[in-house]
Design a protein around this ligand. Structure first.
Ligand code: SF4
Ligand code: SF4
Length: 218
């Protein structure tokens, strides 16, 4: 899933300064599932903005809504078109893909985001922490590395084992707080009886397939 985090309210209020009529748009995809940008969060944000405006005697109407997936132009168009009357700006609670899809559908409106996006990852069930697991490199290595991504979980994106900075399984980058990805890969491959994959030499990556902006024909 994509890892979203709502921006601090002060930052959002600054972003929408001077814009009168705003539709806060949640997303029922990753952002909604992680309770960052679902209907409840869209309603709460709209209420907070309204309260701020009332306190400061600022004009304008703030409404809220939700789209099933803000990354789908068709869903965006069919859901939002009937709700656009008098709206000056859309304030998205989706990941960074959402507002850019909104621009594709509503090129004449102001499109703003209330979310910082941290890439693709998974969530810890007990503590609710997010971990970045994939950078979308376009040439997946997971079948070679026991299912652990060195492109994302090693800050140097090394593909042939650990650097000299690993200490007791921890990564030198970030002051030894994170596990070394290659230590994890080694442990996993050992458990699977596949240490031959650890020793295998991998050719330098073909970064052309990871070069942005990419377009995928499907
Ligand atoms: S190797 Fe590439 S596609 Fe596979 S998990 Fe890592 S970043 Fe994602
Ligand atoms: S210590 Fe491990 S995770 Fe950190 S940069 Fe070196 S190889 Fe990558």
């Amino acid at each position: 899933m994509i890892i979203p985090k709502q921006m601090p309210l002060e930052k959002i209020l600054k972003t929408i300064e001077g814009i009168e009529n705003i539709l806060v748009v949640g997303c029922d995809g990753c952002s909604g599932i992680y309770q960052v940008g679902g209907i409840k969060q869209a309603e709460t944000l709209a209420t907070l903005i309204k309260m701020h405006r009332q306190l400061n005697n600022e004009p304008g109407e703030i409404r809220h809504t939700i789209v099933l997936r803000q990354c789908d132009q068709q869903l965006v168009a069919t859901t939002l078109r009937p709700q656009m009357e008098n709206i000056d700006a859309l304030l998205s609670l989706a990941c960074g893909v959402g507002p850019q899809t909104l621009i594709d559908v509503f090129p004449d409106h102001k499109i703003l985001t209330a979310v910082d996006t941290f890439g693709m990852g998974g969530k810890d069930r007990e503590l609710g922490h997010f971990f970045e697991y994939c950078s979308g490199c376009g040439d997946c290595l997971l079948n070679d590395t026991g299912g652990i991504c060195p492109m994302t979980r090693c800050p140097k994106a090394l593909v042939n084992g650990p650097c000299g900075g690993m200490l007791d399984g921890k990564c030198e980058v970030g002051d030894y707080k994170n596990d070394c990805a290659w230590f994890l890969i080694y442990e996993r491959l050992k458990k699977l009886g596949q240490l031959d994959k650890f020793k295998k030499y991998r050719e330098p990556r073909d970064w052309r397939v990871a070069q942005s902006p990419r377009k995928l024909e499907i």
